[in-house]
Design a protein around this ligand. Structure first.
Ligand code: TYD
Length: 213
């Protein structure tokens, strides 16, 4: 019998969408149920990637230009793809990543208004062309995301909130989802945590079953 291929699932969406908390719970549940799931996150996910992450998030690095930022995301990603993602997929496992290449297109591309074609070029170089089998977008209006983070006390200087920027990011995500409907599933994150969680569980279990897990 032919070996079942590994599968690559990514979660995308704005801060405040509950993306990371939802992903953590789901991954724990899948692992408990015996699925060979490996969780990772971007930027970071490897020792070298975490050093790059620290550079990206360092508030002192105000001099960082757009291209440097875009390239650093790709450097962390290249390391993650080769060191973590590809080896697990090669074993027939399931990789679930908190953000991946679509974050670059959404934030550096649509958000910061850099040319998508150049970004697609460096993404392809960094990933060797590895594209997720399934991408889940937790969609939320920027105003709601901000509101949630303010009430959680989680807004910091990095959030220096430019509402127009976050609208472009959201619209970019929705456009990518429209262009590639076979890969993307859009989930309305403006509902209770439990409602979103039960939708996500259904989507994932259904997909995993379809893939023969
Ligand atoms: P992080 O603290 O991990 O936030 P989150 O929990 O929302 O994932 O910070 C990641 C930030 O980096 C987030 O604001 C999106 C941004 N980002 C990009 O701009 N481009 C990228 O390629 C990636 C991976 C992230």
């Amino acid at each position: 019998m032919e070996k079942r291929p590994g599968r690559f699932i990514t979660f995308e969406g704005p801060d405040g969408s509950g993306k990371t908390a939802q992903l953590d719970l789901l991954v724990d549940e899948l692992i408990q149920a015996g699925y060979p799931v490996l969780r990772t996150r971007e930027p970071g996910g490897t020792p070298i990637g975490d050093q790059i992450r620290a550079t990206l998030l360092d508030l002192k690095n105000t001099a960082m230009v757009d291209r440097t930022e875009a390239l650093l995301y790709q450097a962390a990603r290249a390391q993650l793809v080769d060191e973590v993602i590809k080896p697990h997929l090669a074993k027939g496992g399931i990789v679930v990543s908190d953000r991946y290449a679509d974050s670059t297109l959404a934030y550096q591309g649509y958000g910061h208004q850099n040319t998508l074609a150049s970004l697609q070029g460096i993404i392809h170089y960094a990933t060797g062309g590895l594209i997720p089998d399934l991408t889940i977008l937790l969609d939320l209006a920027p105003e709601v995301g901000l509101e949630r983070r303010v009430s959680a006390g989680g807004v910091n200087r990095l959030d220096a909130y430019d509402i127009e920027f976050h609208h472009r990011v959201r619209d970019g995500y929705l456009e990518m989802a429209r262009k590639e409907p076979q890969r993307w599933v859009v989930v309305d994150a403006d509902r209770s945590f439990e409602e979103v969680r039960s939708d996500l569980r259904e989507i994932l279990l259904d997909r995993l079953q379809g893939w023969g897990f």
